[in-house]
Design a protein around this ligand. Sequence first.
Ligand code: 3PG
Ligand code: CO
Length: 529
Amino acid sequence: GFSWTLPDHPKLPKGKPVAVVVLDGWGEANADQYNCIHVAQTPVMDSLKNGAPEKWRLVKAHGTAVGLPSDDDMGNSEVGHNALGAGRIFAQGAKLVDRALASGKIYEGDGFNYIKESFENGASERGAKRIRVHILTDGRDVLDGSSVGFVETLESDLSQLREKGIDAQIASGGGRMYVTMDRYENDWDVVKRGWDAQVLGEAPHKFKSALEAVKTLRAEPNANDQYLPPFVIVDDSGKAVGPVLDGDAVVTINFRADRMVMLAKALEYADFDKFDRVRVPKIRYVGMLQYDGELKLPSRYLVSPPEIERTSGEYLVKNGIRTFACSETVKFGHVTFFWNGNRSGYLDETKEEYVEIPSDSGITFNVAPKMKALEIAEKARDALLSGKFDQVRVNLPNGDMVGHTGDIEATVVACKAADEAVKIILDAVEQVGGIYLVTADHGNAEDMVKRNKAGKPLLDKSGGIQILTSHTLLPVPVAIGGPGLHPGVKFRNDIQTPGLANVAATVMNLHGFEAPADYEPTLIEVAHN
Ligand code: 3PG
Ligand code: CO
C-alpha cells in the first residue's frame, strides 16, 4: 500500500544540510545590454555557470513543462514553485479554466449554479441581463500600454451585448499594483482602493468611459498600466454606474491564487478588520478558482483548482527533514504556500520554521532594488549555522520584482544584490559542509526588451525600445555543489527536456532519499568510482 517512507538513496548519504535557493525571475538569455543579469556584476552566479559543466544546467520553466496550456505561455512564480515543490506537472489554473470554458463545464458546476440565482429573471445567453465589469490594467504580465487595446476590445464586446438588449458596461478600473491585487497582506490599502471603487463606487477620478479614463490617466507623467489610480465610470448625472449592490452576483475573473486571496477575504468574511468596508453588500460571490484550499477561500468557485498532493515538502518532513523557509513578504508564500501545493501554514510545526521578512510597501521596487535580499540571506545563513535544519529554502525576489518595473538600471542593481545574497548562503553552506542547489522559477531580468521573431529589439513610435515588464519564455539554471555533495554526483544527460518539476526528486536525492516513483526523474546520477 501507500507509504510516506522514502527509500534510502543507494549511494547518497543523509545528514548533509541542503540550501535550496530560488532566484525569482532569473533566466538564461544571450548576453546583451538588455540582459540585466549579464550587465550586472554577478560573480557568484557566473562562477557556477562557468564551473564544472556537470554541475550547472538549464531547465524549462514555462509552458507545458509547468502545466500551462501551451509553450507560448510564459512561466510564473505560482506554477514554477508548484512544480519545484511538487515534483510533478499538474494542469494549472489557466489550463483548467481554458478547458472548462471550451467544454462548457464551467456553466454546469456548483459555482455557476450558485450565482445564476442572482440573475435568473431575465435570461440572455447564459443569464445575466445587467453586467458590470471592474477592470484592472496590467502592464506586468503583458506589455505596458496594452491596456488601451484591451479596453477597446472589451468595449466592443460589451457594445455587442448592449445591442442584444443586455445592460453591460465597464464600471471602474485601476492598475493592478495600486488597486486590488496586493498579495500576502503586504499592503491592505491596495485592496481598499479597489473596494472603494468597485463596491462603493467611489474613486478620485471619474470618467464617462473606460477608454477615456485609461488614455487620460496614462498621459500623466510617469503613469503606467500597473499603477494607474482608481477610477469609476459615472453616468450623465455623475453617479457611479456600477457599485456592487445587495443581490448582485460577483465573479473575480482571475486564476492567480496569491493575487486574489485578499480581495476574496474582503468579499466573503463576515468578520473583517483589515479596513473599513463601509458597506458590505449581500452578494453571491464566486472565484474563478478556489484561491486557498486550506482556508477554503472563496467557498464557491467556478473551476476546481489543481489538486496538488504528496509534495516533496510533505514527504521530506514525514521522513524527518527539518526545514527552514524564508523570503520577504512579496514572495514569502512562494517558498511556503506554492511550494507546498497551495497549502497555507506548516506541514509539521515541530519540524519547520517559516520566516517572513516584511517587504517595503508603498513604493515601487525600482526605488529600493536591493529589496530584502541581504536580510533573507542572513536568515538563511543563521539557519544553516544553527545546525537545527536539514533544508534551508529561500526565494530571492529581486530579479522578478524589479524586472517587472521595467527599470533597467534598477534591475541591474537588483541582480547584483541577489548575487551577493547567494554568496552569503553559499559561504554558509561551505562552513557547515553542506550542499546547495541554486535555481530560479522563471525568467524575467535576463531580457528587458520586447523582440521580433529574429530576436531584434522592437522600437516604439518615437524610436525608443519597447520595454518588457513581463516574464520570459527562457530556461533557468540549476546549479549544484558544496562540500557535502558526493564527489561522484553529476547531472544526467539522458533526460530529454527537463523542467522545474525535475528539481524535487533531485533535492530528495541530495537529502539521501530516493524520490517517489511517480515524480519527474531526478536530474542527477552518481558516477561509479
Ligand atoms: C505578479 O503576480 O506579480 C505577476 O503576475 C507575476 O509575478 P510572479 O509570477 O513572479 O509572482
Ligand atoms: Co513575476
